[in-house]
Ligand binder design. Structure first.
Ligand code: GUN
Ligand code: ZN
Length: 447
């Protein structure tokens, strides 16, 4: 096990990358496709990406590319909203969000035990790699030790994780509550311990407006203002019943989003999960402040929360920054491929299809931009960190049959997102290093 990237590595195979946002420029100019591509990585970063024939002479001495013919190499997937402490809550039968919260509060109380936190953090990070996810923005539990466990396990695998301990000082069981002061102090200690160390980032994480007092939201603002490169991560307008609840808890505010706005929690490093029921004016306010929304279609379907208006969000006068989130454990899969498929179905239920190029953008570069990391990850441009995923269009008989008849790369991507899941992830590389190899005897590089 090492966290030191090898000095150089390279992979060869069909390669897709995003030069721009296809919602703005159209698919043809946004997607770069090299049918026989080469990716060269040095010191954990991409140093060259493009056609093999044009770049083969730039291979560092002694570096033989790992060849993935018939596969598809893409930037690693970015999960912009997940709860690692809810891994054991996946697939729990029940009703909508209020019932779900009761259940997950029980599950989250187990994280008082640091050994439990370590075990779940380890298997959570392995699931990310098995699903081709190289970056995730994650909720821990209210316990600071649960955040430590995730950062430690992510560091062992060179994953890029942004996470935070939950801030929650009302409307939850006693065992899950902190106070405004304690939440502030514990978050500050975690920021000092983890933010910017290796690939870790801290996210100030008030759970959602109903579980924080005004004093706690002020403390959240103070943390972010004093450490402006931290992220802010919370939920907004997921279930319709939240909206009158927030109004009754914050009667002086002009709606749900205005609570976060008032406490200085909107901005280009803020990710709001769900946002299904945001009004057009609220979406506009998100766009103007650079606040991103994590679209979580799998969770929204599972909990019956509603259908996020993606087209309105991306194609209005002030388009929003949107990423995709699995929202484990209300979401039912770690696979961003599955999440893209669900996003496609939700878009169709709203009267328009979401094509594969745009879905794939949301799962890679769009997610990176949502997390304020658009210059660092997500598009495999030289200088970016070398996180990438190798997809296998022959992973299952049905996928192989369909992929063999794909008309072009967009059609192949569509087949992969409709029929693919973790089985279609052949390998995952973090910081230029093979971190997961589906077909190896020991698939995880951490052993
Ligand atoms: N809103 C506040 N907390 C949660 C949570 O844990 N899951 C979901 N889906 N929504 C939330
Ligand atoms: Zn969530």
């Amino acid at each position: 096990m090492t966290t030191t990237p090898p000095t150089a590595s390279a992979v060869r195979g069909p390669l897709v990358r995003f030069r721009a946002d296809p919602f703005r420029t159209g698919n043809a100019s946004a997607l770069a496709h090299d049918p026989d591509g080469l990716l060269i990585c040095e010191g954990g970063r991409v140093t060259a990406a493009g056609a093999y024939a044009a770049l083969r002479d730039r291979l560092p001495a002694g570096i033989e590319p790992v060849h993935y013919p018939g596969h598809l190499v893409t930037a690693g997937f970015v999960d912009t909203h997940t709860h690692y402490v809810q891994k054991e809550a996946v697939a729990t039968f029940g009703n909508q969000l209020p019932d779900w919260l009761d259940h997950t509060f029980t599950v989250e109380q187990r994280f008082a035990d640091d050994g439990h936190a370590r075990r779940v953090a380890s298997s959570f990070c392995d699931e990310l790699l098995r699903n081709g996810t190289t970056t995730a923005l994650a909720f821990a539990s209210v316990r600071p030790g649960s955040a430590d466990a995730l950062f430690e396990e992510a560091t062992r695998r060179d994953l890029r994780i942004a996470a935070g301990k939950v801030l929650m000082d009302r409307n939850a069981p006693d065992g899950l509550l902190d106070t405004a002061q304690r939440g502030y102090e514990e978050s500050l200690a975690l920021i000092e311990r983890w933010h910017g160390t290796g690939r870790n980032l801290y996210a100030v994480t008030p759970r959602f407006a109903p579980t924080s007092t005004p004093e706690q939201l002020e403390a959240a603002h103070a943390l972010h203002a004093a450490h402006p490169t931290t992220l802010v991560h919370t939920h907004v307008s997921e279930h319709r019943d939240e909206i009158p609840w927030v109004r009754s808890l914050f009667p002086d505010r002009d709606g749900y989003l205005d609570v976060y706005d008032h406490y200085g929690l909107l901005g280009p490093r803020t990710v709001l999960a769900h946002g299904i029921h945001l009004t057009p004016a609220e979406r506009d306010r998100c766009a103007r402040t650079g606040t991103a929304v994590a679209h979580c279609p799998s969770s929204n379907l599972f909990l019956g929360s509603g259908l996020f208006p993606l087209r309105e969000a991306k194609e209005g006068d002030h388009p929003l920054t949107v990423g995709l989130g699995t929202d484990i454990g209300a979401g039912t899969s770690f696979a961003l491929l599955r999440t893209m498929h669900d996003a496609h179905k939700v878009a169709k239920l709203r009267g328009h299809p979401l094509d594969a190029v745009k879905a794939c953008y949301l799962a890679t570069r769009g997610g990176a931009e949502a997390m304020g990391l658009g210059d660092t990850i997500g598009s495999l441009t030289p200088g970016q960190e070398a996180d990438f995923t190798v997809l296998d269009p022959r992973a299952t008989p049905l996928l192989a049959d369909r992929a063999a008849r794909a008309e072009d790369v967009e059609d192949l991507l569509f087949a992969l997102l409709v029929l693919g899941d973790d089985r279609a992830v052949r390998a995952t590389y973090t910081a230029g290093r093979l971190a997961y190899d589906r077909d190896a005897a020991t698939p995880f590089a951490t052993g």
